[in-house]
Design a protein around this ligand. Sequence first.
Ligand code: SME
Length: 159
Amino acid sequence: MAEHLTITKGTKEEQYNFLLPQLKAMIEGESDLIANMANISAALKAQFDWLWVGFYIVKKDELVLGPFQGPIACTRIQKGKGVCGTSFEKKQTIIVQDVNQFPGHIFCSNLSLSEIVVPIMKDDFILAVLDIDSAKYSSFDETDRVYLEKIAAIVAEIW
Ligand code: SME
């Protein structure tokens, strides 16, 4: 496993394109899912300096907090509740430009202003969600969706 992360500057695409092969190298040869999710969270947070990056894992019919980087967070989220629970229910990526405008948004930190939640899917089954919070409004767009869905697919592969 590669244990170094090189941070780059540039456009969002350039940053993701530089990060992705490093993520793949980082998890190569490591079979432990929790260890890999922990390092993926740390690498994303280090590259983009978001407020919170982490995973919620589907257990029974709710989401339970998994590996993350950032302030302490709610430990359980019910299906259909908040941005994470909505992504879980709909099995879709959800981008929220202003969390105050999202009905039922769950405030784990009042510093969070925008958010993206990406489901981690295997066939039609949802395994977890990747949740990212930003301390700025409108941090996430279609570029994030495309690349974070690629990262979600990598996590699904090693599940
Ligand atoms: N804001 C999320 C809850 C999780 S925290 O942001 C880490 C939501 O509405 O589902």
